[in-house]
Design a protein. Structure first.
Lengths: 354, 354, 354
């Protein structure tokens, strides 16, 4: 688990020793906490499930709503993440399952005010079959996994945790939907040049995505990392990727690599990350995707973004132009988020998706 | 679309040129944004559907829950409107459909903080089949219609928007449930004298209702408008109504018309609308419905109110007396809100209600 | 109904004269507002239903989701109570029913700001079959019962209220799940020594539980009340219990009774309840359950707690040790909360649970 940055209020020492189970082809009953649980074969299973489920939605196959009928998902969001939240809810509903959440929002609950997360998680585990947890503290989903394992020894119906993101730590389902979208758009990852752009130092999304890409060594994938010098990807992650024989290219200028890039993954650079405003001003224009910039990309490139976006894609008029470009597939990416989460839910709750 | 009163944060220029589609007898796949989309024949279809659905609920017809099974409604409320919110939720549930919403409330979400509404709407459109949008800015539902049309060209499952009210602009489903309630209570609108009372200048509910009443010219409907001189109905709307050969009577004294009124539609006058307190003090008592006032009404008159009510129906003791009067049908009106919204949901999602 | 402590904003005088109906073996259509509605035979029916429903969940009996299919529960929480809230939601879902709630939380709604509770309740009653109400004011659930009875004479589908707790007044479903848990763990209440510990003056949970225990006079139950002198159980309640020939033992020291206790019901003492800090400091350590204290209890005792817990069970390390003890059954108690609420919902909505 990632190191903790400050004194934790909610997280116990158990979170730091807890290891989530490797998937190894079998999702059923397993907490989904980290991309480290996944190997390439697991991704293949997940992609196949997400693709099959999408097709069943397209054909309005009502059998889908049998898959999680009678199951209850609890949505525990200690901080806002509207897309993750709503796509998990929609995913569970479309599988016929039900969703519970704190009516007034967890921020106003006793859960928020001083109760140990370990108690909150177990209380919720008494009611639900699966808990989607979003929490601002690193390690929160590990804590959930540890304490649910204890609870599950005591109560009738075991409960599974799925991380919806823990602070600046991990956000595994975002990374899984990202890698699925690349696979889905390109049919495979073979020989792709994937370029991640933005704040690669703090962005957990790009860290997890890079780790997943490392699984595709044999596919001759190349990874380009475009970031200001002060916001480069941590060496722990680039070293890991390189150790899988993936070629890594680092630069602070997208122009160096855009023409050979198949997948552009765009993220925001936040001014607050720079000590002095002058440093931010010097580089910021280079990290705004504009229609002019997109013109330089390959005809069959794809432009991804985890959303929400602010200034990093220019003005509202720029948005209109970028959005109309068939290479901009961030809304398809978001739609895929629902299918990947459906695949995960059905796999952890039932094991099969038919 | 109505003029915008201040610099918009969320709404693009597209909202101001977007025209929602006329219903013309076919609701399926059409955004519901304005009462201007409806003609009398469309209202007839809606009334018939609402009546049939109510009967099926009364007889506990379980087939109802097949009508929207497998469909997902997203509830996007950027400001509170508990009745609209809960009645849409209940409507969708009773049709067998599911509802998603931001767990912690949209006010705490990234959606609320600076993201363009156009992105929020499209993100939600990736997950849901229908979006009910309540937003404080005029034009917000037009913006939703415009951008969903763009998204629908790209994704698998098209998404429909239904306005739950946009600021001081329009609130079409409130007007539809109001006109349905009149029709339902009186069997027809023929020869009715309908009296709207209160702040007719700012009340969007009464504006939209007046527009819908204009469709009933041939039925010899008369419209009485009772308001203080400074809060009269805008002439744009009275002119429209008059152009349909509806008789319009304007006065600042309910006593002038109460004895001949069949339908009393009561709304609140807010002190803040008056420049000086003295002006408010002079007129306020005339705009409080009391048991004594209701005594003057016809034996078969009906008293309507969109709720919530505050001082405009007197004291808590007055409420008790008014509520016990069979002519007070505001709770039946509210119940009708659910049936009308069920009718709308099933018509836009499926086209038919059997 | 309990006396009101301060000038009420939301509650009318009707709440103070309203008597909720005695169950007398028939739950259907009856508001659940007070433990005073229940006699021993009613508890037996409820226990039987809860046990049967739990068994059906354990065996994944899909017929359960037929029991409340097509029914809508409205969750009206004017203050946070995450466990009550989520367990009612899960209960209704697992019975196949649906749940509606204010999307942004009732705290931001017009309901919260000045509308009479009587209007809020009736508005909600227009949409829902059952309302679960949590409200900070004593008498709020009586108010709900009174006004729903009026509404039910007017609208098509009658609506039932279930109290989710009203301020420092009553919280009947907590008491019902507590007494069920004792019955369930011990197979009967016969000859049990039940010990309630903590602030017995202000704790509504222990008041209601004591009243329910009074129904088991013939079972030779003994009730021990352990509290500081200034926080003893009100004499009105101890007198009631004694009038049923239940032996009551009062002390401020758990050591006096722990060795003969079968059921330890632990609650928190809040520092704010003491006039001077010194008084609190003198007694507080005696009201912290520790692993060392639990060692003194019988081998087959059970330790209950309504949760959430804070300092009254010591440190996080203490929690880990206590939680691992098979006598600590507070998570099973919480799980039972869902089964008891399922039993109540199905009984008030349908009368039968098969």
């Amino acid at each position: 688990m990632a190191e903790q940055t400050s004194q934790s209020i909610s997280i116990s020492r158990h979170a730091f020793s807890y290891q989530p189970p490797a998937i190894q082809g079998d999702f059923q009953g397993k907490h989904i906490i980290s991309v480290d649980q996944f190997q390439r074969a697991d991704l293949d299973i997940l992609f196949q499930a997400a693709t099959a489920i999408r097709e069943r939605i397209r054909t309005q196959d009502r059998g889908l709503t049998e898959l999680c009928a009678g199951k209850v998902m609890a949505s525990l969001f200690f901080e806002a993440s509207t897309r993750t939240d709503m796509s998990f809810q929609a995913a569970m509903r479309r599988l016929g399952g039900d969703v519970i959440a704190v009516s007034n929002g967890v921020r106003f609950s006793s859960m928020y005010k001083g109760e140990n997360l370990s108690d909150t998680i177990r209380a919720t585990g008494c009611y639900a079959d699966v808990i989607v947890l979003r929490h601002p503290e690193i390690g929160s989903s590990y804590e959930a996994g540890y304490y649910l394992d204890l609870l599950n020894q005591r109560i009738d119906n075991p409960t599974v945790a799925i991380s919806g993101g823990d602070g600046i730590g991990e956000h595994p389902t975002q990374a899984l939907l990202d890698i699925f979208t690349i696979y889905d758009q390109k049919q495979a990852l073979d020989k792709l040049t994937i370029t991640l752009v933005g704040d690669l130092k703090h962005g957990r999304t790009v860290h997890s995505l890079a780790k997943l890409i490392a699984n595709y060594a044999a596919a001759e994938v190349r990874l380009c990392l475009v970031a200001p010098a002060s916001l480069r990807m941590p060496s722990a992650i680039t070293d890991l990727v390189k150790s899988h024989q993936i070629t890594v290219i680092e630069t602070d200028n997208l122009l160096d690599v855009i023409e050979e890039t198949d997948v552009i993954y765009w993220t925001r650079i936040q001014e607050e990350r720079f000590g002095e405003r002058a440093a931010y001003e010097r580089i910021k224009d280079r990290f705004i995707m504009t229609p002019r910039m997109l013109k330089l990309a390959k005809a069959d490139a794809i432009l991804m973004h985890p959303l929400p976006r602010k200034h990093e894609m220019g003005t509202r008029e720029d948005h209109d132009i970028l959005d109309a470009d068939p290479r901009s597939i961030y809304f398809e990416q978001m739609e895929n988020g629902m299918y990947v989460r459906m695949a995960l839910l059905v796999k952890v709750l039932r094991g099969v998706y038919v």
